[in-house]
Design a protein around this ligand. Structure first.
Ligand code: ADP
Length: 272
């Protein structure tokens, strides 16, 4: 944009080397730092599976291609790594789309109960490897909310997906919604490993993971909660994470309800 940038020239001499630094004082240093870290992290996350794909492809082209068992095994790894890159690219695209939409107020009337049912059915149908029930507790008379359907669906996918990933096998995950004054409160609860308190404030940072190895094994990108945070902000909602290590985690999202239709005027009959 036509933002006014002011540059300050700082010259320093060190030995016979001359260093000239340009400071953009209008740029928020912390935001810039985050952007640089983000690009570095994203590149690194993409480079790892890519290196593995290239390595296995080359081995297949040479000796391993002759052994049918080895060939199958290596091709499966190539497929897994490519899917990991695909998930990452999809999440990066989601994040940038949501950020670009930041100033457009979401305006679709949404039946959250129905959306919860849809997302839970999808997650069960896509054959998540986890065993355990997925319980949905939604009252019939939940007020409608106003939002962006696709984004709220993604929010639910990410939160319920995490609860299924990090919940203990054989224990249920509970998705509930209830009215709270002029808001609707959505909660997703698992009985899993939980999160130590020192990690809680950083969970929504892009690529922040408590256990990176475990997240990768479970197919995580480290972007799920960052995406949720952006969706929550765009919906003027609030997200809280409560967790007890080795017991479980509850993520609560409070969304403003749609303003109810004006109550029909009551005809008062005054008898004199
Ligand atoms: P990921 O793709 O790694 O799951 P997220 O952004 O969704 O990324 O979550 C960030 C990190 O927060 C995860 O790597 C995990 O360590 C932790 N986390 C998120 N949800 C839960 C949960 N329900 N139980 C335990 N840990 C969780």
């Amino acid at each position: 944009g036509a933002r006014d940038r002011r540059w300050r020239l700082v010259a320093a001499t060190g030995g016979d080397m001359r260093v000239v630094t340009l400071h953009d004082r209008t740029e928020n240093a912390a935001a810039e730092r985050m952007r640089v870290d983000f690009v570095a992290n994203a590149s690194h996350e993409l480079r790892t599976p890519l290196a593995s794909i290239i390595g296995y492809a080359e081995t297949l082209a040479d000796e391993a291609g002759d052994d049918p068992d080895l060939r199958r095994r290596f091709l499966r790894i190539v497929g897994d790594e490519a899917r990991r890159m695909q998930r990452l690219v999809e999440d990066l695209l989601s994040l940038s789309r949501i950020e670009a939409d930041k100033f457009r107020v979401p305006d679709q009337p949404i039946d959250l109960g129905r959306l919860i049912d849809e997302v839970c059915a999808e997650l069960v149908a896509t054959g998540n490897p986890r065993s355990g029930d997925l319980d949905c507790v939604v009252p019939g008379e939940l007020p409608a909310i106003v939002g962006d359907r696709a984004q709220l669906s993604q929010l639910l996918h990410n939160l319920v997906g995490n609860a299924m990933k990090y919940g203990r096998a054989g224990t249920p995950v509970t998705v509930a919604a209830e009215r709270r004054g002029s808001a609707v409160r959505l909660t997703v609860t698992d009985r899993g490993e939980g999160i130590a308190p020192e990690h809680l404030p950083r969970l929504t940072e892009r690529f922040y993971r408590v256990d990176a190895g475990r997240s990768r094994t479970l197919g995580g990108t480290g972007l799920g909660l960052a995406i949720c945070k952006h969706i929550v902000e765009r919906h003027r909602a609030r997200m809280e994470v409560q967790s007890v290590p080795s017991t479980g985690t509850t993520v609560a999202v409070t969304l403003p309800a749609a303003s109810p239709p004006a109550a029909p005027a009551q005809a008062a009959v005054i008898k004199g």
